[in-house]
Design a protein around this ligand. Sequence first.
Ligand code: ARG
Length: 272
Amino acid sequence: MRGSLTRALTGALGLIAAAAGQVATAVPVAADSVVVGGRQVQISDAPWVVALSSRDRFGGTRAGQFCGGVVVAPTKVLTAAHCLGREVLGGEPWEVRDFVVIAGRAALRGQGGQEVRISDTWVNPDYDPTTNSGDLAVLTLRSPLPQSYVIGVAPAGDAAYAPGTAADVYGWGDTTGNGTYASTLRTARVQVLPDSACERAYPGGFGVPYRSDTMLCAGDPQGGRDACQGDSGGPLVAKGLLVGLVSWGSGCGQAENPGVYTRVSAVLPTRF
Ligand code: ARG
């Protein structure tokens, strides 16, 4: 059962995923529970976080936000490959005429920062939509963002990947697990978990298995803090470096079902 639900969650975003999320979240998450269990954050504290937006497709009330992303070079934004899927965008990325990256803005309804158009999209050719393995895409921006927005990527083997390391996830996603989307940027403190924790939670068989070669596991051992629907593609940051992209999970904020992230060091090509 969880298999199909998990797949539904990973395959769709925004309003579509909100509906699926309600079904999947059997246990309600804590009320103050980014991002569930999080807190509001200023964009100056996390200038590398961006929103992916299409008002045409997702409506204007939250500036068309449907996924997160992270600035890794002035013209390069990483996001989740599943954010660019046909089920999400309703077509190919270049067919979404008003597809923009919103940078330098925490309050979606505000005027701060800038909206930048996309000149190119690269989806990891090894991305597997059925297992979510390799869930990474690179957007090339038409005009560069300030260098001060750029975050470094933790190389493979960096201490930032060690289990127990504190990590922060950022996004405008569901704050409750019930479809309450944030209008200002939020962050939640989680920790990098040992692969064994996710292998136990997501053994495969029925559902999608956790794969330690392309995925990273993080969560709150007590439950309550986690990424959720709408946060996909957004960054997981440890020791000041990018380690993960929000990818999938079963429900949100449940101790026994940690968040699963794209292991950026393993999936990001050296050239893109
Ligand atoms: N697939 C979701 C999205 O598209 C992200 C889910 C993350 N879930 C979690 N429990 N960490 O927004």
